[in-house]
Design a protein around this ligand. Structure first.
Ligand code: ADP
Ligand code: MG
Length: 243
């Protein structure tokens, strides 16, 4: 049995980071962003990755999401070592296993809400009728029934971020990675978005890792991971804080 195999009865983590180091090369100097990160995320986790600006949250989320490669160490997602994949296999894994939510929503402006959500399924080769059915259901799950044909420009920030959450969920990923998802939202809208993510975690078992320094988000999650200078400096579990 390999040394890292889970004990009997214990589920394998969805994400494992082992000694992850990232240094950005800037001309002749290398700036360290991650200094050896070991982290496991379990299925069903509702976790914040917190820490001050520059502590490495975005860099770590990018490594886990396969958007960038570590300088050293390993990232394993759902049993697959990302470093062992070629470009196409990595793209495929990203599409099937990982949902992304970004600060700036990143919706395609010329597509309607339902088309933005469907797009992910189109890339996966899901047929048109099935795509539409699943995208409409995902929009309903985030409270956007009736907004299917709106384009992003005709939706509020909170609504656009809900479309982004629906898009992240529609392919039933192993984990949703959200990077500062509330940064552009007012207080009430930010709280509603966190409540939505908490509900999706609680009712549908969606695993979330949320990079944030927003206290409103941190207060609602069940696991709190803290980064300082590219290292994990705290990792605490606590009871769900349902309102
Ligand atoms: P956070 O998301 O916690 O604010 P980041 O992961 O963005 O932190 O940044 C971690 C460190 O890496 C910072 O010192 C930042 O300046 C540096 N960094 C991030 N991205 C790059 C990049 N593309 N090139 C050079 N340095 C970078
Ligand atoms: Mg960041």
């Amino acid at each position: 049995m390999p040394p890292d195999a889970p004990a009997a009865g214990e589920a394998a983590p969805i994400v494992s980071c082992r000694g992850v180091v990232k240094r950005y090369r800037m001309g002749a100097i290398e700036a360290p962003a991650l200094n050896g990160v070991d982290l496991d995320i379990a299925a069903g986790d509702f976790a914040t990755l917190a820490g001050p600006s520059g502590s490495g949250k975005t860099t770590l989320l990018n490594m886990i999401g396969g958007l960038d490669h570590p300088t050293a160490g390993e990232v394993i997602v759902d049993g697959v070592r990302l470093g062992g994949l070629d470009k196409d296999a990595l793209t495929d894994l990203r599409l099937r296993k990982i949902g992304f939510v970004f600060q700036a929503y990143n919706l395609i402006p010329v597509l309607s809400a339902v088309e933005n959500v469907e797009f992910v399924l189109q890339l996966q080769g899901v047929d048109a009728a099935e795509r539409r059915r699943r995208a409409v259901a995902a929009l309903k799950d985030v409270g956007l029934e009736g907004f299917e044909n709106r384009r992003p420009a005709y939706m509020s920030g909170g609504q656009q971020q809900r479309v982004a959450v629906a898009r992240a969920l529609v392919a039933k990923p192993a984990i949703v990675l959200a990077d500062e998802p509330t940064a552009n939202l007012d207080s009430k809208t930010a709280e509603d978005l966190v409540a939505l993510m908490a509900r999706l975690n609680h009712e549908a078992g969606v695993t979330f890792l949320i990079g944030t320094h927003d206290a409103r988000v941190i207060a609602r999650t069940r696991r709190h991971i803290e980064m300082t200078d590219g290292r994990i400096t705290a990792d605490e579990r606590r009871a769900a804080a349902f309102a």
